[in-house]
Design a protein around this ligand. Structure first.
Ligand SMILES: Cc1cc2nc3c(=O)[nH]c(=O)nc-3n(C[C@H](O)[C@H](O)[C@H](O)COP(=O)(O)OP(=O)(O)OC[C@H]3O[C@@H](n4cnc5c(N)ncnc54)[C@H](O)[C@@H]3O)c2cc1C
Length: 377
């Protein structure tokens, strides 16, 4: 007879490992199987900027996973540089960061199988069956944490309707930066470019919206090259250039489907204004773990629906304000940008990113009124 796991988690990115770790932290007797199609450590295209707030959702020391701390953010718009006050941000290399989270989950007793692709989830029986490249597994609860490129949620009809951002990352392993983090609006008419400093180089990237007919024509590689030239990166070596979609939050969605739950980016758990996905992924894994623990303890799986409520209250509510800002920026970047080109605005953004405050606290209805006025007149 096949073993019945309490929880099977598909995907060992930050959302999956946070969920796996926290389920074991809350109940060391719970049996947790974590599956990933990749062999770890694995690369994930990402700027690697992490809010220190993630420490609230993982009770171990994260220092070994941090590449460096950056406290100077420069916003560039219309050739003007605006430097914010000092807010510490963590810079990580994802292969190291994700692998560290995974190693802590394994130490906690999570069973991990790498190079195992999940092909389907059968939900017709009371307990779901997970079909993989190495056989079938069964669990009381299945978590889909497959990230922005995942296909399972779509296949099952559970995929959240998210706005897709096309992004491109270039890892430069030799250039020495000046330790400052740059967000630059001058190289992309439908998003921004970035330069995140690492101890061993720079993570340079660009993101732009994929809109209907423009799909595939966003021209990101050329735009990115135009941007990187100012940092003396005159050629993009293909092996260090990575394209990847980002699924941005676009409103309240159903994330619990009987005993199958969605966490992390596949749940649209990415800030719609900044495309920050690591902190919300870790937070969604943490919230899911709390609900799972309660449902397992009560042996009542209808309680899983509380994750939908917790997600909305703890994440979606604040993303609502970020969505309003993103909407106006996307609608008319050139008109709205001057309103945000101030030290005060950079500090407000950094305060939210570093976890010191929320969008709700920083974006007043008066400001929203001004945005509406500015975008009309
Ligand atoms: C270019 C770019 C730059 C970014 N920069 C930042 C940044 O600076 N800061 C930030 O906070 N966020 C950033 N993000 C967003 C962030 O990287 C993601 O939102 C975050 O990684 C989501 O975590 P996750 O756990 O949901 O998924 P992922 O980290 O994508 O992990 C999903 C895992 O699931 C596995 N998987 C998928 N399908 C299957 C399957 N069928 N079977 C088994 N395993 C499977 C994958 O191998 C993968 O390991 C960036 C994204 C991009 C594309």
């Amino acid at each position: 007879m096949t073993k019945l796991y309490d929880v099977i988690i598909i995907g060992a990115g930050p959302s999956g490992t946070s969920c796996a770790y926290n389920v074991k932290r809350l109940n060391s007797d719970a049996s947790v199987l974590l599956l990933d199609k990749a062999a770890f450590p694995r690369y994930k295209p990402c700027g690697g900027g992490v809010s220190p707030e993630v420490a609230n959702y993982l009770d171990f020391d994260l220092k070994p996973a941090i590449d460096s701390v950056c406290d100077t953010v420069v916003m560039v718009a219309n050739g003007q540089e605006i430097t914010g006050d000092k807010y510490p941000l963590w810079m990580v290399r994802r292969e190291k960061f994700d692998n560290y989270l995974l190693s802590r989950a394994k130490e906690k007793g999570v069973e991990f199988k790498h190079s195992v692709e999940v092909q389907d989830i059968i939900t017709t029986n009371e307990t779901p069956t997970v079909i993989t490249s190495i056989g079938e597994f069964q669990a009381k609860i299945v978590i889909i944490a497959e990230g922005g490129r995942g296909k399972l949620a779509k296949k099952l009809g559970y995929a959240a309707k998210n706005t897709t951002l096309a992004a491109m990352e270039y890892e430069h392993y030799t250039a020495k930066g000046n330790g400052k983090l740059y967000i630059d609006f001058d190289y992309n008419d439908s998003g921004y470019a970035w330069n995140f400093p690492k101890s061993d180089g720079l993570s340079l990237g660009i993101g732009g919206f994929v809109k209907g007919q423009d799909k595939g024509k966003v021209g990101l590689p050329q735009k990115l090259l135009n941007y990187t030239k100012q940092f003396s990166v005159d050629e993009l070596d293909k092996k260090n250039l990575h394209g990847h979609p980002i699924l941005l939050y676009s409103g309240r969605q159903k994330l619990v489907h009987d005993r199958v739950m969605l966490i992390g980016e596949i749940a649209g758990c990415v800030d719609p204004l900044t495309a920050e996905g690591i902190r919300p992924a870790i937070k969604s894994g943490f919230l899911a773990a709390k609900v799972i623990n309660y449902a397992l303890a009560k042996n009542d799986f209808k309680l899983l629906v509380n994750y939908d409520l917790a997600f909305h209250k703890e994440i979606g509510n604040d993303f609502y304000y970020a969505r309003i800002m993103a909407y106006f920026l996307n609608k008319n970047l050139s008109r709205i940008l001057p309103m945000l080109s101030s030290k005060r605005a950079v500090n407000a953004f950094m305060s939210v990113f570093s976890g010191k405050s929320t969008y709700r606290e920083k974006i007043s209805w008066r400001r929203i009124g001004k945005l509406i006025w500015k975008s009309i007149f």
